[in-house]
Design a protein around this ligand. Structure first.
Ligand SMILES: NC(=O)c1ccc[n+]([C@@H]2O[C@H](COP(=O)([O-])OP(=O)(O)OC[C@H]3O[C@@H](n4cnc5c(N)ncnc54)[C@H](OP(=O)(O)O)[C@@H]3O)[C@@H](O)[C@H]2O)c1
Length: 313
């Protein structure tokens, strides 16, 4: 089978196509014929070597966490999946990526793909949408009537965060640049702040939740913009944000970090709200497999609107 791998840490140009053996699924695993992969900033952080202590020198490495595809073999006997099922999910990229014609995935990290999307489109959902869901519902406990500010609202995580906040019936203030004001309005934002003109931390207004999915603020910078029991959640797992989590564990205002995990229950919830058209999926661009390097170069401009996918089969 064809696989897209890199043999050393570096730029998108390190990603090459090679021939590899088709892997075999063990108990509680499935062999998936991959339809598409979804790209995320985590992919290029790993590829550049930023997570070297966890990824070591295990080369050649496949890239990408997100995938959609068809089940072609079931490992073990008591699977809840059948050959031919269409699924979407996330592999644990620190071990191995999804960029191959066939991959093995644990059953607990995937679910049946939303029927209202093309199978390739489903690859855009797992990592970014689960990050927003776990940050807003589980960490911030966002509820009806609460005010949430989403910083970085036009990216992969941010576009899902707007949709999920509206599902939870919250009042949404989206922070984006002038380029994406119409996009965040279409997704249901109640208010928009153009960060090229205004810094929300210098503006009046307090929020029950600040979801920083861009990551250029931190708890100390935003704490005056939170209500007395407000929660700041960042997607950036750096020492400053972990220190805020520790420091605010006994205070009423909280600083938190989200670290996404793929869960079949969360993928099932996302499937339901996508199929009911409550949650919109924004795909800016779809690339063919021979354009995987261009796809990563595009993502790495940090200007993408919603998601970027690469179609493999
Ligand atoms: N901890 C976790 O589990 C986890 C999970 C997912 C993602 N992340 C991290 O979260 C971050 C965002 O991920 P993503 O997938 O949403 O990235 P992304 O899709 O690449 O984000 C691109 C968007 O960021 C916006 N942006 C750029 N500069 C900005 C600024 N100064 N202020 C506000 N928005 C800005 C851009 O909009 P404009 O063109 O309008 O500027 C663009 O739409 C990444 O650092 C990623 O590694 C962490």
């Amino acid at each position: 089978m064809k696989a897209y791998v890199y043999r050393k840490y570096g730029s998108p140009d390190e990603v090459k196509s090679i021939e590899r053996e088709v892997p075999s699924p063990k108990k509680n695993e499935l062999l998936i014929k991959v339809k598409a992969i979804g790209l995320n900033p985590l992919d290029y952080r790993i590829r550049r070597g930023s997570l070297r202590p966890f990824t070591n020198f295990n080369f050649p490495r496949q890239i990408a966490s997100d995938f959609s595809g068809e089940v072609v073999e079931v490992g073990g006997e008591n699977s809840s999946y059948n050959i031919g099922d269409l699924v979407y999910g996330m592999v644990f990229q620190l071990q191995s990526g999804a960029s191959a014609e066939y991959i093995v995935s644990k059953e607990e990290n995937l679910f049946h793909a939303p029927k209202s999307l093309k199978l390739e489109e489903a690859a855009s959902v797992p990592l970014a949408a689960q990050t927003s869901l776990q940050a807003l519902r589980d960490i911030a406990q966002l509820k009806k009537g609460m005010r949430v500010l989403i910083n970085g609202a036009s990216g992969g995580v941010g576009t899902f965060a707007i949709g999920l906040s509206k599902i939870f019936e919250a009042h949404v203030t989206a922070v984006t640049s002038f380029r994406n004001i119409s996009l965040v309005n279409e997704l249901g934002s109640d208010e928009v702040i153009d960060y090229t003109k205004n810094d929300f931390t210098q503006m009046k207004g307090s929020f029950d939740v600040i979801f920083d999915c861009w990551g250029n603020k931190n708890f100390n910078i935003v704490k005056d913009n939170l209500t007395s029991s407000g929660v700041y959640v960042s997607t950036i797992p750096n020492s400053k944000n972990f220190f805020s989590t520790f420091k605010t564990s006994f205070t009423s205002k909280k600083g938190k970090v989200v670290l996404v995990r793929s869960k079949k229950e969360d993928l099932a919830f996302l499937k339901k709200v996508i199929e009911s058209r409550e949650l919109k999926v924004v795909i800016e661009k779809s690339f063919s497999q021979d354009k995987i390097i261009e796809a990563y170069k595009h993502l790495e401009t940090k200007r993408t609107r919603g998601k970027v996918i690469v179609v493999l089969n």
